[in-house]
Design a binder for this molecule. Structure first.
Ligand code: SF4
Length: 276
């Protein structure tokens, strides 16, 4: 029997590890039950960065990718999160629903990867919709094949991280195959689901013009994609790698220059993407 913990506010930049040592391995989890309980890293109540308007952002635990530049490696494992009830999350969200609605915002579930805990995140998204809140997830799309129509119906939009256009670069950056993400992107396009694509620009890893070109050409025809957002790599998460004792390949990587960001934006726009 797992003990239910307290739902702690905080920030994506907080280091949280080892809070639920008895949690299952995220690779083995098939979260197809009621989703009454789940593992959470933290939540923020006033982000203007994670979707339209003012957002509450819930950071859930569990991710199957291992991005070399990940800012939150303490969200990879369920065992590092806090075990909470969905009702705790929903009650807390209810306290902020009024201001979020007034500021044309809503709820974004990020992580980690929201699709690792499908039933849990769907339950929270559905409750948010019942409160009249706009709903979004930020996802790599890697587990998109697990998502059914019922889940998609709980989403007003998707922030889809496409971490590279080139399959080899994608594998080098994430340790995984690009195909499930591209499949999910095509499925979202087929049902005209509103999407902002996010691309992390990591000098020496994802900045190759050929890599950006492949991403640009894939996304440009998709009418449902409003924006491609270029997110410059930063080192704000490096202390987590150190504290967790895991090898950090990007320790010496510097943030992209303004010129590099502009080059990538220009490349995306030239292909026909709305990029920012
Ligand atoms: S998908 Fe996100 S949480 Fe998962 S490893 Fe990559 S950057 Fe980190």
């Amino acid at each position: 029997m797992l003990n239910v913990g307290n739902l702690e506010a905080g920030s994506r930049h907080d280091l949280r590890v080892g809070l639920s040592p008895d949690a299952p391995d995220e690779d083995d989890l098939r979260d197809d039950g009621e989703g009454a309980f789940g593992y959470v890293h933290s939540y923020e109540t006033s982000s203007r960065y994670d979707g339209p308007g003012l957002r509450a952002v819930l950071f859930v635990s569990g991710c199957l990718l291992r991005c070399t530049y990940c800012h939150n490696p303490d969200t990879w494992h369920l065992k590092d999160g806090t075990y909470v009830s969905a009702q705790q999350v929903i009650d807390r969200l209810g306290q902020f629903a009024g201001p979020l609605r007034a500021m044309d915002g809503g709820l974004t579930i990020s992580g980690g990867e929201p699709m690792v805990q499908l039933a849990f995140t769907r339950r929270i998204l559905a409750a948010a919709q019942q409160m009249g809140l706009h709903t979004a997830i930020e996802t790599s799309g890697f587990l998109g094949d697990r998502v059914d129509e019922k889940y998609l119906a709980c989403l007003d939009m998707v922030l889809l991280d496409i971490k590279s256009g080139d399959p080899d670069t994608y594998r080098r950056a994430t340790g995984r195959d690009i195909a499930p993400t591209l499949r999910f992107a095509e499925r979202l396009a087929a049902v005209s689901k509103r999407v902002w694509v996010r691309f992390t620009l990591v000098p020496g890893l994802t900045d190759d013009p050929a890599n950006v070109e492949k991403l640009a050409r894939f996304v440009a025809p998709m009418k449902n994609v409003e924006w491609v957002e270029v997110q410059p790599f930063h080192q704000l998460g490096s202390f987590k790698w150190k504290a967790m004792g895991i090898e950090y390949k990007e320790a010496d990587t510097v943030a992209p220059t303004r010129e590099l960001v502009d080059r990538v934006l220009e490349q995306l726009r030239s292909a026909g993407c709305h990029a920012r």
